[in-house]
Design a protein around this ligand. Structure first.
Ligand SMILES: Nc1nc2c(ncn2[C@@H]2O[C@H](COP(=O)(O)OP(=O)(O)OP(=O)(O)O)[C@@H](O)[C@H]2O)c(=O)[nH]1
Ligand SMILES: [Mg+2]
Length: 394
């Protein structure tokens, strides 16, 4: 296998790439060659490489052929046809299972073929059904056709199943064709061929709340301080290269928080890590928008990220948003006042103030998040109430 150098290693903010499509590839290579440093699952118990997109080829089994056979037995004349039917080919099914957080298994195997049904046999014996294949996928996996646009299935609940390729029917044996006018049929059906197709698996993590912000806003620091997740934290941009999940417990209630890589201006055109990770907050009920208080202009920082959310669309811009000014511990009182005023003007809502390092203001942010998550959950349960965004600055 060719060894590529890690594309982002040792660099500052990655350049605006002229070809946005390169981004997933770069990301993939990074995963392939630098996996140990960027293990994804951070629930505190297992290390798993993260992959949120995979292209695979599937083929269901052909049906078994029917059999032409005649009963032959001593003292029995004209025994008649006794060719059995062929068995059905195996299906290819996707199933949503517990304990998975990544599609990495599909990096190592991309071809899945179900078994052909058994052929029919004499003495009216039918062929056995071919063994099917179950593709185990994590919660939140969407399955797209080869064009990567046509949605075939969306597996959001544990146990959800979708048949992606149906096995071919078995053919009839000659016993099936016997009739009063044709008592010795000499033909049988071949089995039907199975289906084959190339599909895309795309994982969109399911979290209750999503963290968005510019690189270095302190998103991972926040996640690490409120959950047992262990994201990488460092003072250079794009420390986080793939989404991370953490379970947050506040006032006896738990919810899942997703940290996604930072966004920069032009992310929707491929700048930085692009905006494809925004897919992971598409299903979040609420967004927590962190703004770095030590940046030059908190209002501009806020607007940059908002513009990217609007450009990405998919309903992200309309989601409830809680805005918080982070790194309050590193600000002088007058700086804090000034940044708050700028952020308030930009967000058209009063932001919360917090410090992920000293924990100042964090309980308040968590409570606001929990409240918002609860409200969204209630609204989803009673869809007739769905309407305008619930929080934040619109
Ligand atoms: N003083 C201070 N520093 C903070 C605070 N939160 C984060 N930092 C620092 O800010 C830097 C960036 O923090 P990260 O949590 O990696 O930022 P991020 O938003 O996850 O950045 P990306 O993963 O690159 O998008 C680190 O050096 C943190 O120590 C805070 O509340 N106060
Ligand atoms: Mg980070």
């Amino acid at each position: 296998m060719k060894h590529f150098p890690s594309p982002l290693a040792g660099k500052g903010i990655p350049q605006v790439l002229s070809k946005p499509l390169v981004i997933p590839m770069l990301y993939g290579e990074r995963l392939r060659f630098d996996s140990s440093r960027h293990a994804a699952f951070n629930g505190g118990c297992a290390l798993m490489k993260f992959l949120d997109q995979a292209k695979i080829y599937i083929r269901s089994g052909d049906g078994g052929a029917g059999c032409v056979s005649f009963r032959r037995e001593k003292f029995i004349e004209f025994g008649g046809p006794d060719g059995g039917d062929g068995g059905r080919g195996g299906d290819v099914v996707a199933e949503c299972v517990d304990g998975l957080n990544t599609l990495i298994d599909y990096r190592y195997q991309q071809h899945f073929k179900a078994k052909t049904g058994g052929h029919g046999m004499g003495k009216n014996r039918s062929g056995a059904a071919g063994a099917g294949i179950v593709l185990k996928v994590p919660k939140g996996t969407q399955i797209f056709d080869e064009d990567n646009e046509t949605l075939l299935a969306d597996l959001t609940e544990l146990g959800d199943r979708a048949v992606l390729a149906k096995g071919g029917n078995g053919g009839f044996g000659n016993a099936h064709f016997k009739s009063s006018t044709n008592r010795a049929p000499r033909h049988a059906n071949p089995g039907l061929v199975g289906e084959e197709r190339t599909i895309w698996l795309r994982l969109k993590l399911i979290a209750d709340a999503g963290l968005v912000g510019l690189p270095n806003a302190g998103k991972s620091t926040f996640l690490a301080s409120v959950s047992s997740a262990k994201p990488k934290i460092a003072d250079y941009p794009f420390t986080t290269l793939h989404p991370q999940l953490g379970v947050v417990s506040v006032d006896g209630r738990e919810f899942v928080l997703a940290d996604i890589p930072g966004l920069i201006e032009g992310a929707h055109e491929g700048a930085g890590l692009g905006d494809r990770f925004l897919g992971h907050v598409e299903r979040c009920g609420v967004l927590l928008h962190l703004v770095d208080g030590t940046c030059e202009h908190a209002g501009k920082a806020y607007k940059t990220v908002r513009n990217e959310l609007v450009a990405y669309d998919h309903g992200l811009a309309g989601k409830g948003e809680i805005v918080a000014l982070n790194k309050a511990d590193a600000l002088m009182p007058e700086q804090l006042k000034e940044q708050m005023a700028r952020l308030k003007r930009a967000a058209k809502a009063t932001p919360l103030v917090m410090s992920a390092v000293t924990h100042q203001g964090v309980p308040e942010v968590l409570r606001a998040l929990r409240k918002a998550v609860d409200v969204v959950a209630d609204v989803v349960e009673a869809p007739q109430e769905l309407g305008a965004p619930l929080f934040g600055a619109k």
